[in-house]
Design a protein around this ligand. Structure first.
Ligand code: ADP
Length: 332
């Protein structure tokens, strides 16, 4: 952005009372000053911004708007206030390391920008349903104290047939105006040319717009996450646009144990035969294991017991396996 455009954008955000955009643009100017070797004025600007932010927030951290989107984007994205932190999500070490890295880059994004680098901000989540993709997006938002905006692509495409690309433009404009975590759910609807409508020309248009918007996203301070159950359906040109790909998988035995222990409250779970339980949970997703343990806990509460047993858990796990088979049969 040129300086004149940055000043116009600042004036606009000021008039709209959008302090977060105002400070974010000011920081971008400070970063470009630093890149051009004017370190002292960059430092001065950053110090003034910090002072103004602290005053606005009366000493608290930067204020972020947690309100439902209004105006043209209303109804295109659903805002959720994050309920989770990273410690609530049961994940493998590789995933945790990648998420920690993303968080670190986001927290130090001004510093990276001053050195002419962008933080990781376009991320693809790949993995089976119920493996924690949505929950992890929410946890990322929670860790960064940002709102989570969910965009359901399949329903967007069906609802705005022929106009999907222009609706996506509005959503991407919002990512620049309002810092947040933007989760594009059911993303294979775009990359896979596979929707209820089967309109190939429309899907091409949507895909091309998406490719273009993803390129522009380098100037945004928001995090853009696309989530899919079917990576094989995604277009290669699209896959190249991501800064990072996170692969989610079925839970390991250790993760099954953690999922169960994290969900037994207010009951206790002494003397659980973990080998049997982990074998019983094999083939189920994280979400199904959590549902099973939730049902087991509710039954034990109603029975006025203080503990849950291996058999309580096993019977609910069997129930989940049966439901899965029933659904697969129904599919055929
Ligand atoms: P996905 O987006 O991959 O389909 P979700 O994140 O929506 O799955 O998971 C649905 C629910 O299942 C979550 O709200 C949570 O209760 C539980 N769950 C799924 N994965 C995990 C996980 N890795 N750790 C803890 N709970 C999980």
């Amino acid at each position: 952005m040129s300086n004149a455009r940055q000043i116009i954008a600042m004036l606009r955000s000021r008039a709209e009372g959008d302090d977060e955009s105002f400070f974010s643009i000011a920081l971008q100017i400070a970063a470009s000053e630093a890149r051009q070797g004017r370190r002292q004025s960059a430092e001065e600007m950053r110090a003034e911004i910090d002072k103004a932010r602290a005053k606005d927030a009366r000493g608290a951290s930067v204020p972020i708007q947690f309100s439902q989107p209004r105006g043209s984007v209303e109804g295109l994205l659903e805002m959720r206030e994050p309920r989770f932190k990273l410690r609530d999500v049961v994940l493998g070490d590789v995933l945790l390391t990648k998420i920690d890295d993303i968080l670190r880059q986001q927290r130090k994004r001004d510093w990276l920008r001053e050195h002419g680098r962008f933080p990781t901000r376009r991320i693809l989540f790949v993995g089976p349903p119920g493996s924690g993709k949505t929950m992890s997006a929410e946890a990322l938002a929670g860790e960064l104290s940002l709102p989570l905006f969910v965009i359901r692509l399949d329903s967007l495409i069906t609802r705005f047939m022929g106009e999907t690309a222009s609706k996506l433009r509005l959503v991407f404009d919002e990512t620049a105006k309002r810092r947040g975590v933007y989760l594009f759910d059911e993303f294979d609807a775009v990359g896979g040319h596979r929707t209820a409508t089967n309109d190939v020309a429309e899907m091409r248009r949507v895909l091309n717009s998406f490719l273009q918007f993803m390129e522009e996203a380098s100037s945004t301070d928001s995090i853009i996450i696309c989530s899919t159950n079917h990576p094989s359906l995604l277009d290669r040109a699209l896959l190249r646009r991501y800064d990072q790909v996170l692969e989610f998988d079925a839970p390991s035995s250790e993760q099954i144990r953690k999922l169960i222990l994290a969900n037994t409250a207010p009951l206790r779970a002494p003397r659980i035969a973990w080998k049997i339980v982990c074998a019983g949970a094999e083939g189920l997703s994280q979400a199904e294991v959590v549902r099973a343990i939730d049902d087991a806990v509710k039954t034990a509460i109603l029975d006025q017991r203080e503990h849950i047993t291996t058999e309580d858990i096993m019977s609910r796990l069997r129930e989940r396996h049966n439901m899965r088979t029933a659904f697969i049969d129904a599919d055929i």
